[in-house]
Design a protein around this ligand. Sequence first.
Ligand code: 5RP
Length: 220
Amino acid sequence: MEKKERGGESIKKLQLAVDLTELKSSLKLLQQVGKYVDIIELGTPLLISEGISIIPIIKELYPDKIIFADLKIMDGGDIISELAFKKGADMISVLAAANDETIKAAIKNAQTFNAKVLVDMCAIKNIKKRAQEVEHLKTDYISVHRATDRERDGTDPLKELELIENIKTKKAVAGGINLNNFEAACRSTADTIIVGGAIYRSNNPASIARKMNKILNNVR
Ligand SMILES: O=C(CO)[C@H](O)[C@H](O)COP(=O)(O)O
C-alpha cells in the first residue's frame, strides 16, 4: 500500500500498532502484514521492552512505511522526542494530558527533523475542549484513544471522535478497532485508523490485515 498523498489531499491510512514485547515476534508479525499497512507503530510495550534502538532496524526493513514511535510522552518533550527523531522515527506521540510546553517542544523538534507529532487524547475527560487547545499548538494529528485498560467498559473511540468532528487537524482513532467496526472507522472523520490487537492477537493476522486493507481501499 502506498503512503502517497494525492494532490495534497491525504488518503486515509491504516496504522498497525505492534504492541508485542519482543523484536523477534514483531518482525514475524510485520513479515505477515507489513504490506497491508501504511504506518508501522512501534507500540509502547515494545519500545519499553526493546528500547528505541529498534527504530532504525524497522526503518531499514520497511523504508516505504511511516515509522511511528508510540512514546506517549508526558514530560521531557524536547529530549525524548529528539532521541526518537535522531533514531529515524517519522512520527511520535505525546499525551494531551501533558503541559502545552511539552507538546510544543516535541512539535518544534518534529519541525527540525521533518517529522510529525500525534497528540493522544487517552484519559482526557473533556475531549472537545482539550482538542481545541491542542489544535492551537499546531500538532500534526490528534488521536482519540480508548485506553487498553478500559477495553471492557464499553467506551467507544468512534463516539469520542464525533466530539471533535469540527477539529481541522488530522485525526486518528485507536482502541478496540476490529473487523466489526473497521468500516465505520474508515467512514468516520479519522484520517488514520489504528489497529493493534485485532491483528496481532488473531490466529491469522495476514487475513485480518488484508481484509482491512480492502475495506479501506474501497472507502478511500
Ligand atoms: O496505544 C495503545 C494502547 O495504549 C494501542 O496501541 C492502541 O490503543 C491500539 O489498541 P488495540 O489493540 O485495541 O487495537
